[in-house]
Structures are given as C-alpha cells and as structure tokens.
Design a protein around this ligand. Structure first.
Ligand SMILES: [Zn+2]
Length: 419
C-alpha cells in the first residue's frame, strides 16, 4: 500500500486527457475517460490515476473526497488574458450596442487609451489589489494557470510596473501566472504621429529592461492594420527573439494582413485571434508548428458574426487552443466554461474537442504540456471536481459555474459547496 495525501474517488467520469503531445484532428475528441475513476495525490503531484477499485487497492489516505455523480478533470489553462487594468469599460459596451463607432467611443474618453491613462496613474499596489480580485474569481471558475500580458502602460516605467504587478500576483495568489510583455499593444498618444520613435523605445529601452529584470517569458504584439503592421512587427519581434524572448502574436483578428504568415516565419509559439486568417496562413502555421489560440468570447462580446475558422484549422491538423482574452474592452469574460460553450455553438467544436483545447492543448501553448493540462502520474495536481454528470454537460449549461471544487498543487483552494 502506498501512502497518498489525498484521494479523489468514485468519479462518474474522470477525464485524464492523457497525451505526450498536443492533440490534433479526431484525437482532440479522445478525453481518455475512466468510468468510476480515482486519483491519488502526493504533495503537489499526481501519484496514481486509475479506476476507483485499482486506486483503493494500491493507495491509502486519511483524506478522501467522494466525487460520486461528478466529473473530475484537469484545471483549465487560460493562455491569453489582460487582467491588469484599473477601470472596467461597460459604457463602451452599451455604446457599441447603440451603434456608436470606434472613433466616437474614443472621443467620449473610452477605448484602450483610457485604460492606458489609468494604468499610468495607478500605483503597483493598486494594480495588484485589483488584479487579485479578478484572478481569484478565475480560480473559482476552474482556471488554474493563466498567461497575463502587460500593454496598458506603453512607457518603460509603466510597463515594468504592470509586469511587476503580475510577478507579485504570481507569488501571492494560488494561480500560476505566466508573464508576457505587450509593450507593442498600441502606439501611445504622444507617439501617434511618430511611430518610429516609439518602436525605437520598444527595441532600445523596453525589451532590454524587461529582459534584464527577467519579468516576462514571452513578447507579444498587436499585429493589425492601423496598429503594428507586418514590417514593424517583424522588426520588433526579431529583436525580442535575439534577446531570448519567446514569441506570441495578436494576428489577423480583423483583416488578413499576413499575421499568421509572420508568426510562422518568425517561429512564434502561438498566433492568437485569427478570425481573418488566410488559407496560406493556416498552411504556414502548420508547417512551422505555430499553435493557434482562438478567442470566441471576444467575437461574441463585440457582437460580430464571423468567428475564427476553427474547423478548417482542425482539418489542417493544427492543435486548436481556446482562451478568454479577458480584458476591459473587447472581452470582459473570465470564464473558460463560457468560452467552451461559445466554441461549441459558434465555431462548431464538439464538447470533447473544446475541453481538450482548454486544458492539454492550452498547456502546450504555454510550453507547460509536460507539467499541467492532463491528469497523469507525475504531473502537477491541478484538478477540478465538476458538479455535472458527464463532460457533455459543460458547454450545455451556458453561463453557469459548474465547479464544485478546485484543487491546486494538491490542495483544495476552492470549495463551492462550503460557501
Ligand atoms: Zn488580447
């Protein structure tokens, strides 16, 4: 008999999502389900995964959780978020419904520039306090790892301040947070007519400073018409690569300007959004091994009708990933469960494929696939107990929190039934 610190047993369905690589094609639908499954946890790691009968015969523990009638699955991984900001922007949401243009919203004091002004004025402590509330809510909805971007400072000091706030949140919260530098989110107001100067600051000042302080694993850019064009993006990302940053990209969200193609050329880890991706872009991404991250909550929140061509990318053999894009403007959605619902109804993913895209494949998009994203012996014990009879129930119960319990690194950090 082996000793375990915690055993979860009698799960109606245990979704292991076992794999040694990101899942593609029809394999995305294989959740590696164990009926009447159980997990044994020792310390922060998974020590055994099998049927309840097998685990009970091999492991002993003083702490047993009974998951009868429930689904046990890996914690969600949300690999594209912007959780550090000051004020929410619900007024813009209403203005968009009223048919106001981007320019009208911007002139009324809204838009990304308002977030930039607020973040520049805020203290790091204020950003941490606000961020902690948001991240705690994500955790309660089953997200156990997130990627978090800077990008509302757009000056060296305020971008550093945002990244330091992210680093602090990683220390004080239960969430694992992977930091990304997004100084190229937009051109700040003061360099609107002098883009070259801002690019120079990005390359000569911000990137080396962020690297020196070791504040970000990734460098991201908003590559889009009227923001950073392909040529500017290539220059900035090439410099970032030289300094040792890995690359993520906001690519082809609104127009097919060749963002996906650039992601492939530059060897980016991910290309995100891709609503307007070209067939050539899909082909290039596949050849170069770029992982596509799709953000249906953004399309939905903006009230747009055209979603990223997920089925086409799956048919091309790409390992689809889902994320919230949580931010104060275009997607104030912090729930991976809602994203999974939208991916099914709006992009034609099956519930099984959407779950794979939100766990295992999402972990690989953060280069953490060997540590999180599935329930396998030796992996970190980031596990959800979901109050639902089968995995198919998850996207079907739209807009609700189906989480019963969140286990992070082997410890129960949220218990919905004890609220
Ligand atoms: Zn984004």
């Amino acid at each position: 008999m082996k000793k375990a610190d915690l055993i979860i047993r009698n799960a109606n369905q245990l979704l292991t999502i076992k794999s040694e690589c990101p899942k593609t094609g029809i394999e995305m639908q294989n959740l590696g389900i164990i009926q009447n499954g159980a997990v044994a946890i020792l310390g922060e790691e998974i020590a055994g995964v099998d049927t309840t009968k097998e685990i009970t015969e091999n492991f002993i523990s003083e702490n047993i959780i009974d998951a009868s009638g429930k689904v046990v699955m890996p914690g969600f991984v949300d690999p594209h978020t912007h959780p550090i900001f000051v004020k929410t922007r619900e007024n813009e949401f209403e203005m968009r419904i009223l048919g106001r243009t981007y320019k009208e919203i911007s002139q009324s004091g809204g838009g990304i520039r308002s977030s930039i002004n607020d973040v520049r004025k805020a203290s790091k402590e204020e950003l941490v306090e606000l961020g902690l509330k948001r991240i705690t809510k994500m955790l309660e909805m089953g997200t156990t790892t997130i990627e978090a971007k800077s990008g509302y400072g757009l000056s060296t000091a305020s971008e550093i301040k945002m990244l330091e706030a992210i680093s602090e949140l990683n220390k004080i919260s239960e969430m694992d947070i992977i930091p990304t530098f997004l100084g190229a989110h937009e051109f700040p107001e003061e360099y609107k007519d002098n883009q070259e100067e801002y690019i120079k600051i990005l390359i000569d000042e911000m990137l080396p400073e962020v690297k020196k302080r070791n504040l970000a694993k990734y460098c991201d850019i908003f590559c889009e018409k009227h923001v950073f064009n392909v040529e500017q993006s290539r220059r900035i990302l090439s410099e970032a690569k030289k300094l040792g940053f890995k690359i993520r990209m906001h690519a082809d969200e609104l127009e097919p300007i060749g963002g996906a193609e650039l992601a492939a050329e530059i060897g980016a880890v991910t290309a995100d959004h891709l609503v307007a991706v070209s067939d050539k872009g899909i082909k290039k991404m596949k050849e170069a091994g770029v992982i596509p991250i799709l953000l249906p909550a953004t399309t939905f929140s903006l009230g747009l009708k055209k979603y990223a061509p997920a089925r086409k990318m799956i048919d091309a053999g790409l390992p689809i990933v889902l994320a919230t894009d949580f931010n104060p403007g275009s997607s104030h959605c912090d729930s991976m469960q809602t994203v999974i619902s939208l991916a099914c109804t709006e992009m034609g993913l099956l519930p099984s494929g959407a779950i794979t895209a939100s766990t295992l494949n999402a972990a690989y998009s953060l280069e953490l696939g060997n540590k999180i994203g599935s329930i396998q012996t030796g992996k970190q014990a980031d596990i959800l107990i979901m109050d639902m009879p089968s995995y198919k129930y998850l996207p079907y119960h739209l807009g609700s929190n189906c989480v019963d319990m969140v286990i992070k690194k082997g410890r129960v950090v949220f218990n919905n039934s004890q609220r």
